[in-house]
Design a protein around this ligand. Structure first.
Ligand code: ZN
Length: 387
């Protein structure tokens, strides 16, 4: 029996609760005097945030991220932060916006070419200088980006997505207010929520799982399973939105410290090559990867603890003590059907793309935490089934 060993890192301060945004003025005042607000395409959404900063005598500049961020956007954001003499970066939006804010805060203080700091397309140069303070305020519930130490950025030139990864990317403050997701349309609630569910299952069965992240995964999966459909149908239901905000946060806490698995191993190259919502890609793959992992574990590692873990997940999501692993996989497949998650072919993926994606996925960093090393044949089979 191996003794427990782990390390856990997260945002310095996590503030959670419905309506908490109204406290942002004094909270932000503890971090700086002039903020760079990083926000999505609809600038009106940050009106309340801006007026609360004004009340607290905090100046601000704004920077918009439309869609998923590319390294070129981050370079522009860094310039804006430097020109504005900003001492705090506030990310107010979905996962892309929060990731952008984290990247801008870190690169604003570090010299040289931004692309060098990226994994895969750059040389993964370490971020050595401490970042500007950052505050992450997610307005969707899925990525958990408010507590992760990486930012996923596209390189338009290389047609891939790569991570900027460093402990310096952890926000100073994560402010999670479930009310901010009330207006989110059902399709976005579904895809982001399924990302959260995936990010609770993958770290739980990961080879790097530990007892601390296990508790987040089980509690988060319980809440996501009971509330995701309701959050899609009744977007203003406070309990459902609170559950999904917690599920997202807990998924972020878990993945940042215990890694992910083959679903995210595929999601990275798929996101680089196709225009598809990350959560929908994860959801389309999740049941098939679960099946192939379970089959491979039964064949090659029948005593693996991960099999018991899949069984526990099945009991939690189905809310039935008698549920088998297969029942759990079936429950997730049914949920994807109910929430109208399309197959990957809906994003123009074809059979001919499979070999390239398998090749890229097998090298992805998330793949290393998968509960068992999958063969090329197994990866190919699961991807084909998801198309
Ligand atoms: Zn994800």
């Amino acid at each position: 029996m191996v003794s427990v060993r782990f390390e856990f890192a997260t945002a310095t301060r996590i503030i959670f609760g419905a309506g908490k945004l109204k406290e942002i003025g004094p909270i932000a005042a503890t971090t700086g005097r002039h903020a760079l607000i990083v926000q999505g395409g609809n600038a009106d959404r940050s009106l309340r945030l801006r007026s609360m900063l004004e009340e607290a005598s905090i100046g601000y500049s704004t920077f918009e991220i439309r869609g998923e961020p590319a390294i070129e956007d981050i370079v522009q954001g860094v310039q804006r932060a430097r020109e504005g003499n900003c001492d705090v970066v506030i990310g107010f939006g979905g996962g892309s916006v929060v990731d952008s804010a984290k990247a801008i805060a870190a690169l604003a203080t570090n010299p040289g070419d931004a692309i060098d700091y990226l994994e895969t397309v750059g040389s993964g140069k370490p971020i050595l200088v401490g970042p500007l303070a950052s505050i992450a305020i997610p307005t969707t519930a899925g990525t958990g980006a408010e507590v992760t130490r990486n930012a996923v950025l596209a390189s338009r030139q290389h047609r891939v997505k790569a991570s900027l990864r460093s402990p310096h990317l952890l926000p100073r403050i994560a402010l999670v207010d479930p009310e901010l997701a009330y207006g989110l349309p059902p399709s976005l609630t579904a895809s982001t929520g399924l990302d959260a569910l995936t990010q609770l299952i993958e770290p739980f069965v990961s080879v790097r799982a530990n007892p601390l992240t296990d508790t987040f995964c089980l509690e988060g999966a319980r809440r996501a399973a009971r509330s995701l459909q309701k959050a899609c149908k009744e977007g203003n239901d406070p309990i459902a939105r609170e559950d999904m905000a917690l599920a997202s946060l807990f998924g972020g806490l878990a993945l940042a410290n215990s890694g992910l698995g083959a679903v995210h191993g595929f999601a990275a190259p798929i996101g680089g090559m196709f225009s598809a919502p990350h959560g929908a890609v994860c959801a389309a793959l999740l049941p098939y990867i679960m099946e192939i992992n379970v089959r491979a574990l039964r064949q090659r590692a029948p005593n693996s603890d991960s099999l018991d873990r899949y069984a526990k997940i099945a009991i939690i999501v189905t809310q039935s003590q008698k549920a088998t692993i297969e029942d759990g996989v079936g429950w997730i497949r049914d949920l994807c059907g109910t929430l109208a998650i399309p197959r990957l072919r809906a994003f123009a993926m074809q059979e001919k793309d499979v070999p390239t994606l398998v090749e890229l996925a097998s090298k992805a960093s998330s793949m290393k935490a998968n509960p068992i090393a999958l063969t090329r044949e197994e990866l190919t089979e699961s991807l084909r089934r998801a198309i």
